[in-house]
Structure formats: C-alpha cells, structure tokens
Design a protein around this ligand. Structure first.
Ligand SMILES: Cc1cc2nc3c(=O)[nH]c(=O)nc-3n(C[C@H](O)[C@H](O)[C@H](O)COP(=O)(O)OP(=O)(O)OC[C@H]3O[C@@H](n4cnc5c(N)ncnc54)[C@H](O)[C@@H]3O)c2cc1C
Length: 318
C-alpha cells in the first residue's frame, strides 16, 4: 500500500511524537533511512506522518528530496514501534547504541529548600566540554536499572549543579539525600530540552517542583525581549525559596500556586485567567497532567507553540 492510500494517525499525541523526533532524533532517523530505504547518502530527514504500521520520512540527499514509507520493524503503539524500529535499524547496520557515560565527583550536597537538595559535581577530565544548563542526564541510582533523569541546573567551568526534588522516600530521593562528597556520580546520555521559539511573542513557563531546575536555567539564560509569565505549582510553600538565587529577566512575572488537588489542578485553574495570550509555552509536570494541560492550552491558544512534557509518572501500585 502506498502512503497515499494509508490514513495517517492525526491527533495531539502523534503531533508531539513527530515534533519530538524531528527536533531531537534526526541521527536515529537517518539510521532508519539507511537500513530501510534505497537512499544511502541522506544528509537530513524529517518524519512527516505516522501510521498504524509505519512512518513516512522526507529524506534530503544530494540527489534531492524524496519521501519513503518505512514499515515498523517491531509491533506496538507508535512511540514504542518507532523506538524499536530505530533499534532494529542500528542492529542491521552494526551501529552501537550511544553509550556516553560520564563519571563526576560530588563536591557538595546541601539542602537548598525544604525538599530540594543541590548536588555540586566536578566534571573533571570529562572530555565533553559542551555541557549546558538545561541538559538532562540519566543518573545511576541504586535499585533501578535505568536510573533517574535530572537536569543540569548550572554549569560553570568544570563545576555543575543538579537540584533534586526529594519526596516520599523514593529511590531518586534516597540517592540524592545519601550522596556524600567524594563519591562518584554516574550520568548517562544527555538530552537537551526542546523548547518553543520564545522570540515569537509573550512566553509562558509552567510546571511543578520537578520543572523548577529547567525553568530556572531558562530564566537565567533568557535572551528574549518579550515578557515571560511563570506559573509554578508546589506542594509546600517553603519550596518557593528555590528561585531566591535566580536572576529573573526584566518583565518576568512569577506566581506560586499551592497544589490543591492532583498534579496540575491549580495550574489548570489559572490558565483560563491569563492576562496575555502566550505565543510560546514550555512546561513540565506529571505525565497525564501534562497531556491534559497541553491539550487545553492548544485549544485555548491555537496560534501558540505549546510544549508541555511529562517529567514523572504517578505509580498507581505505590
Ligand atoms: C528530562 C527530565 C528532566 C528532569 N529534571 C529534574 C530535575 O532537575 N530535578 C528533579 O527533581 N526532577 C527532575 N525530573 C523529574 C525526575 O526525573 C522524577 O521526579 C524522578 O525520576 C522520580 O523518581 P523517584 O525515584 O523520585 O520516584 P519514582 O520511583 O518515579 O516514583 C515513586 C513514587 O513517587 C511518586 N512520585 C514520583 N515523582 C513525584 C513527584 N514529583 N511528586 C509527587 N510524587 C511523585 C510516584 O507516583 C510513585 O508513587 C526530570 C525529568 C525529566 C524527564
């Protein structure tokens, strides 16, 4: 069947998947092009549509642009099938998965607010000198094979800070609370947060405690002239001190919202009363709350570029 005869899946989730892949995973998509299409010298690729059984890729090569349907190499929901297909393409090509691992020495571990611990690490001889505030890494934590993702809050020379929201005696919290200066912290991979084009107009940043390090890094590096509105939902007012050492850009307006119900409930309530419609929105909070807010914002502000992402997941089993 050609892609013309197929029906693409069109909904918010697919839009998010396509945006996420195109902005952050072009190298991985290029493996799919090489493994599953006749084009062997592609220089760029973009995903243009997602189907039940495959994806459409627009491939740039010296000979010009071409479109190809790539069938999923593994079954499952689209996001898993795409990830699995990339994995199969890499196996077929003999490409090893990215295994960047950094080992950093913890120099300080201190309580920053009621629930935040600030971990200061020495990046040492780490040959990758391009760490930036706002990058996230997956840190090894005892008791979990995949670790926990946290953001580099600040990077200065060979020193970096990581701020961990500690709550409910979880694995991530135990790890952050128990680390002693001199211990080695292992960070795997890195992920640069995908943000909208904040130069497009008034900006809105929103989230819960876990989004604070990313939002603080964004505010400290703010280069856009448009006003930025910041909505922060926290369970304990004592954590509002988190922004005390952050230099806010001119025109920034921060509101702290006490958590009133489930994650995102308080944020949802104030979104309808925004003074200025945003042109660019970034946020992070619990996965399903993020999905609901994203949908709401896209309905309310159809012209805005909205990126609201899940940073943690409610575990019903706990
Ligand atoms: C790209 C990215 C960057 C991130 N950056 C940061 C950062 O800089 N700092 C930071 O603190 N977090 C950050 N997070 C979120 C962080 O990764 C999660 O909070 C963490 O993985 C949760 O692990 P845990 O061991 O604490 O809890 P889990 O083992 O995941 O969950 C245990 C229990 O705690 C509950 N739970 C988990 N998280 C929360 C929460 N936030 N509030 C209430 N209940 C919760 C779960 O529902 C579950 O019942 C980031 C996440 C991503 C994806």
């Amino acid at each position: 069947m050609t892609t013309a005869a197929r029906q693409p899946i069109v909904n918010d989730d697919m839009h998010d998947i396509i945006t996420h892949v195109n902005e952050g995973h072009v190298p991985e998509l290029l493996h799919c092009v090489k493994a599953y299409t006749p084009v062997q010298d592609a220089t760029h690729v973009q995903m243009t549509a997602v189907y039940e059984d495959g994806m459409e890729l627009e491939v740039t090569a010296p000979a010009g642009l071409s479109r190809h349907f790539v069938a999923y190499a593994v079954p499952g929901p689209a996001h898993e099938a795409i990830r699995g297909t990339v994995g199969e393409a890499m196996k077929k090509l003999g490409v090893k998965p990215d295994s960047r691992v950094a080992h950093w020495c913890l120099t300080e571990n201190r309580a920053l607010t009621a629930h935040f611990r600030r971990l200061t690490v020495n990046l040492g001889e780490d040959e990758r000198a391009d760490w930036r505030p706002g990058y996230a890494c997956r840190f090894d934590v005892p008791g979990h094979e995949h670790g926990r993702p946290y953001t580099l809050r600040r990077v200065s020379g060979t020193t970096a800070e990581v701020d961990v929201y500690c709550h409910d005696n979880t694995l991530g919290s135990q790890w952050a609370e128990g680390l002693q200066p001199g211990e080695t912290v292992t960070a795997r991979g890195d992920y640069q947060e995908v943000t909208p084009d904040f130069s497009a107009g008034p900006a809105l940043l929103l989230g819960d405690e876990t989004a604070l390090p990313t939002i603080a890094a964004l505010l400290e590096g703010w280069a856009d002239e448009h006003p930025v509105r910041v909505l922060l939902e926290v369970g304990d007012a004592a954590d509002q001190r988190y922004l005390d050492d952050v230099h806010l850009p001119a025109g920034a307006h921060v509101s702290w919202l006490p958590r009133t119900g489930g994650s995102g409930t308080a944020l949802r309530e104030v979104l309808d009363a925004l003074e200025t419609p945003p042109a660019a929105v970034w946020g992070a909070l619990e996965v399903s709350a993020a999905k609901a807010l994203r949908k709401h914002l896209r309905t309310e502000y159809p012209d805005a570029d909205v990126r609201v992402t899940g940073y943690w997941r409610v575990n019903e089993k706990n």
